[in-house]
Design a protein around this ligand. Structure first.
Ligand SMILES: CC(C)(COP(=O)(O)OP(=O)(O)OC[C@H]1O[C@@H](n2cnc3c(N)ncnc32)[C@H](O)[C@@H]1OP(=O)(O)O)[C@@H](O)C(=O)NCCC(=O)NCCS
Length: 201
């Protein structure tokens, strides 16, 4: 499906990036106060839309509108997921299922819930859907200026695999295509060692 990917929020400029963020001291204090929260992750329903739109609007300079979400979610392969904490929707993710990959189109955590492990729990849920036989990777585009998201995805095991030059319609910036590859939990099967190789050390 194509919901004007180049305007997709995961590819949008994070609204507060680079605009007089806190000094390191303020950031340290904020960080100390934040505790990890355990969220309940479930499919998105229509009733979640106001909270999803709030998180979207505070996260991106070029946010999706309600009709963008609806158009996207009408597609058979498009899925919405939300993270809930104490009856509040504090994060959401929109992704497409393809034959051998999952493509994240939009993803945000409410600003007062960031750095509390919500995004990590959502990504872990997504990664849990991968397997070696079927969908073996998760891909997404991140704006080159969205350093916070790049650091988050790198921390979550993603790697930048290519640069998509002048990817956006709204700004001349590039996108990084980031990818997570399925890794089996099981230890690799060891090659049988024959007597000669054993003797050879
Ligand atoms: C990117 C985003 C979804 C991360 O969600 P989150 O719930 O804050 O992430 P987590 O708390 O699970 O972070 C896990 C780790 O990722 C890294 N990380 C997350 N945000 C970071 C930031 N702003 N700067 C540096 N590292 C960061 C850290 O290593 C963090 O662990 P720590 O807090 O123990 O240091 C959130 O910042 C967000 O909604 N951003 C705006 C929207 C956006 O850019 N979406 C992605 C579009 S591609």
């Amino acid at each position: 499906m194509r919901i004007d990917k180049h305007n997709g929020s995961c590819t949008a400029v994070a609204a507060r990036q680079g605009r007089g963020g806190p000094t390191w001291k303020e950031a340290d204090v904020q960080f100390e106060q934040k505790e990890e929260v355990r969220v309940h992750i479930r499919w998105m329903i229509r009733r979640d839309m106001p909270e999803v739109l709030d998180a979207e609007e505070e996260s991106f300079e070029f946010p999706w509108l309600e009709e963008d979400f609806i158009r996207c979610l009408r597609q058979r392969n498009c899925i919405g997921m939300v993270a809930e904490h104490e009856d509040r929707v504090v994060g959401f993710m929109i992704y497409e299922l393809h034959k051998n990959r999952i493509h994240v189109l939009n993803f945000a955590v409410a600003s007062d819930y960031r750095r509390r492990g919500v995004g990590s729990q959502m990504v872990a849920k997504l990664i849990g859907k991968l397997s070696s036989q079927r969908r073996s990777r998760v891909v997404l585009e991140v704006r080159e200026t969205n350093l916070a998201a790049q650091l988050f995805f790198r921390e979550s095991g993603f790697r930048a695999v290519s640069v998509l030059r002048a990817y956006y319609e709204d700004t001349p910036e590039d996108a990084y295509l980031m990818q997570y590859r399925y890794r089996s939990e099981k230890p690799a099967v060891l090659e049988p060692v024959n007597r000669i190789s054993r003797l050879a050390g």
